[in-house]
Design a protein around this ligand. Structure first.
Ligand code: ADP
Ligand code: ASP
Ligand code: MG
Length: 423
């Protein structure tokens, strides 16, 4: 008997009808002789609505209470789904993150999984039941509190359970047919990718392709879990995310394209520390200040020094932008800079492809295409298999469209987006 983990995102569980549809699908998997663990997200846009509600009550909600609030979303879907499955004649038992043994660090809102002790999930399977687990939540042993793994974290719950219980595959069910060359909500001619290496998927997820949670991809890679991203609204074969070192799970020979896909991030902010004395130790000082704010830095650019002074710019997510600029402002005298600038109307896009390693001229082609479209580039950074550029927020989507066409990624027909609001 194979063990299969299936994760259903919010848009697949938006109302009672969808819950019944998903329940039917799970029951079919069970009846073909598999053991099934299901991980659920909150229904529809519940998490966003709960966040809005919290913001109405107080401008800065207490992180512990926010986690209490948000985890309620997944509890609703797990209980309703278990009821629906039982109504169809199969046994099902739902579990919160802590009941399922998802042990995490203590940081509310961005906890990391440190241990998985799924004894109760295993027992449920042994009794012949389908186990339904609330995604995105865990429990910290030190504080005794409930935590969450960060937005989109249900994918990571699913992968962690698949790894802990040695599942054959971890299926991520969503509202599109798989991983596309870019977000099909933005580029209608985006093309579905049959299989993608975990290395490329990591770069895409880290650059904003929210179809998979970054940490889920990292976890899957570390533990050798094969992911299958597919739609809960169709029976199409989706996208296999695999580690080429371990070989393609279906033995397929996949030639790596030069460009695999384009990801983007709308919520970026740029901070410039201008006129920094060009002496050793200044970068260390600046980035120690930024590190204390716990902000995640995306990109860093240092200009050539003039008159022994230089500018250092960095980008962070918009939600962290204010606290970074405030921390730098407070240390302005110590740094000895002449200027601090903040811009939040910017966005970032990244072109990713493992074949870039051996190809030349990719950056030239990228910059030419953006120039031809009249799009100005504000910052550039690269890795071996990625080129990222920062643009003004209002031209980013156009830039993605232009590059999708320039790199020959356009499909012949439009992609299907089955549901969801894209929120
Ligand atoms: P779920 O609620 O199922 O977790 P998400 O909204 O988190 O779904 O992720 C699915 C969405 O990710 C798609 O509807 C699509 O708009 C977006 N997306 C962004 N980049 C991509 C990509 N490269 N391929 C497919 N979907 C993408
Ligand atoms: N419900 C959470 C969110 O919307 C977790 C998830 O869906 O993965 O971010
Ligand atoms: Mg998601």
């Amino acid at each position: 008997m194979a063990l299969i983990v299936q994760k259903f995102g919010g848009s697949s569980l938006s109302d009672a009808e969808s819950i019944k549809r998903v329940a039917k699908r799970i029951v079919e998997t069970r009846r073909t002789g598999n053991e099934v663990i299901v991980v659920v997200s909150a229904m529809g846009d519940t998490t966003d609505e709960l966040l809005d509600l919290a913001a109405e009550v107080t401008p800065i909600p207490a992180p512990r209470e926010l986690d209490m609030l948000l985890t309620a979303g997944e509890r609703i879907s797990m209980a309703l789904l278990a009821m629906a499955i039982k109504g169809m004649g199969e046994e099902a038992l739902s579990f919160t993150g802590s009941q399922a043994g998802m042990i995490t660090t203590a940081e509310h809102g961005s906890a990391k999984i440190v241990d998985v002790t799924p004894r109760r999930v295993r027992e449920a399977l042994d009794q012949g039941a389908i186990a339904i687990v609330a995604g995105f939540q865990g429990f910290n042993r030190g504080t005794g509190d409930i935590t969450t793994l960060g937005r989109g974290g249900s994918d990571t719950t699913a992968v962690a359970l698949a790894a802990a219980l040695d599942a054959e595959v971890c299926e991520i069910y969503t509202d599109v047919d798989g991983v596309y060359t870019t977000d099909p909500r933005v580029v209608h001619l985006a093309r579905k990718i049959d299989s993608v290496t975990s290395e490329e998927m990591l770069e895409l997820a880290a650059s904003g392709a929210k179809v998979l949670h970054l940490r889920a991809v990292e976890y899957a890679r570390r533990h050798g879990v094969v992911l299958h991203v597919r739609s809960s609204f169709s029976n199409e074969q989706g996208t296999i995310v695999y580690d080429p070192k371990k070989g393609h799970p279906k033995g397929a020979q996949v030639e790596e394209p030069i460009i695999t896909g384009i990801a983007f991030e709308r919520n970026e902010a740029k901070v410039t520390v201008g006129g920094v004395p060009d002496v050793p130790g200044k970068a260390a000082q600046i980035f120690e200040i930024v590190a204390k704010t716990n902000a995640n830095i995306d990109m860093i650019v240092q200009n050539v020094s003039e008159d022994n002074r230089t500018d250092i710019s960095l980008t962070v997510q918009t939600k962290d932008g204010r606290k970074v600029i405030e921390a730098l402002e407070a240390a302005r005298e110590t740094i000895g800079c002449t200027r601090l600038q903040y811009a939040d109307q910017i966005a970032k896009l990244a072109v990713v492809g493992a074949g870039m390693r051996d190809a030349s001229g990719v950056s030239a082609q990228l910059f030419r295409a953006l120039f031809d479209a009249g799009i100005n580039i504000e910052m550039i950074s690269t890795s071996e298999i990625r080129i990222s550029v920062v643009t003004r927020a209002d031209v980013m989507e156009k830039a993605v469209q232009v590059l999708h066409t320039a790199f020959g990624l356009d499909a012949d027909e439009e992609a299907t987006v089955y549901a969801g609001t894209g929120r």
